[in-house]
Design a protein around this ligand. Sequence first.
Ligand code: PLP
Length: 450
Amino acid sequence: QNAQQAAKAQVKADDRQHVFHSWSAQAKIDPLPVAGGSGSTFWDYDGNQYLDFSSQLVNLNLGHQHPRLVAAIKRQADKLATIQPAFANDVRGELARLLAERAPGELNQVFFTNGGADANEHAVRMARQHTGRRKILAAYRSYHGGTTTAMSLTGEPRRWANDPGDASVVHFFGPYAYRSAFHAASAEEETQRALEHLESVIQLEGPGTVAGIILETVVGTNGVLVPPPGYLQGVREICDRYGLVYIADEVMVGFGRIGEWFAVDAFDVVPDLLTFAKGINSGYVPLGGVLISDAIAATFAERAYPGGLTYSGHPLACAVGVETVRVFEDEAILERVRDLGERVVRPELERWAQSHPSVGEIRGRGLFWAVELVRDPQSREPLVPFNASAEAAAPMNEVAAACKAAGLWPFTHFNRVHVAPPLVISEQDLRRGLAIIDEALTIADSYVAA
Ligand code: PLP
């Protein structure tokens, strides 16, 4: 017990004195020292266990310490811990082949990166080199990563402090029926008007100046926005009509999060470039990449691609990627995600929409859901304002604190609670976690005007 407390004190001291944290005012944070994790749970040094309904940063798809993933790293470390990207390497090639075999259409080549942001940087670079055009269209309410161009693509407040970044990015509105930018009354109308809007933006920007469009297949952090029927197909048609590269950002929603290898499979579209990271190997070793269509790969057949990374296709990362694909198949992960999503999560969240006055809308697919909280179900005024200050965000902070006190680590963003547990979560833990959120929502209910 004393040793545990001494270890915790050291972790805290080192962290506060020397670790500079992401997105934070350094003096205002108090990071929880984590002592360990297993499957869908992690724990601190005081014996508190947390059921992880956020899968860390929605990357821990196969949970903590999956024995087969850990063994794959150890095997590869014994064999060859690193090799630079200009060589051919067995696990790097095998992972690229496994991805190409599972990806739709003619996405047959893979450029490996260290994570999601640099995957998007390279996808944009490929689109620009391929078309000879410069502008990229990206959606409001999107997150594409923390490097310069990825940050510029991002359509939410994290971009603001970093502007001007890449000045050739133009933002447009994607579909979001619950808060329609187009005053649409139905999903069909939302699709149609969102596509008309996108086409107008292209025309006003000058089609000959636009290299491509980047879209999260299901918008992740900014709301689990599932595209309405026909939208992504319409985007594909617009890209074909104007010769634009369609980039699908599947960093968060690829690899089983919505019950598909690639989220585009759920919407019957094939992009020209598809970026991935996170779930590719549950983040055990940093890895991301771009799946590239034959047509774009051909651009770089005789002409050098101007880009590279020391750790592109790192063997430790690729070895866990290969094992991830095998585990997905051996444990029938895609099937269980679809089953748990439809049989357990959807009915429970639909029940909340009836029983909690603060629940404005629920939406999602697979093991990826959002519960949008409101102060007034009629006007749909959000429970806390967009991009609220710490004080104004108090109701959301109280909901999150209640979840943590009951042993659940939630994912909250603005006025939403997301449900994004590891894909290996047991049905019992899934139900237990949902019950904790159900209870915590009574706090949100207390802010709804009578
Ligand atoms: N794209 C999407 C949709 C994401 O959700 C994220 C991270 O959350 C990224 C890109 C950036 O990935 P990374 O943090 O690995 O650079």
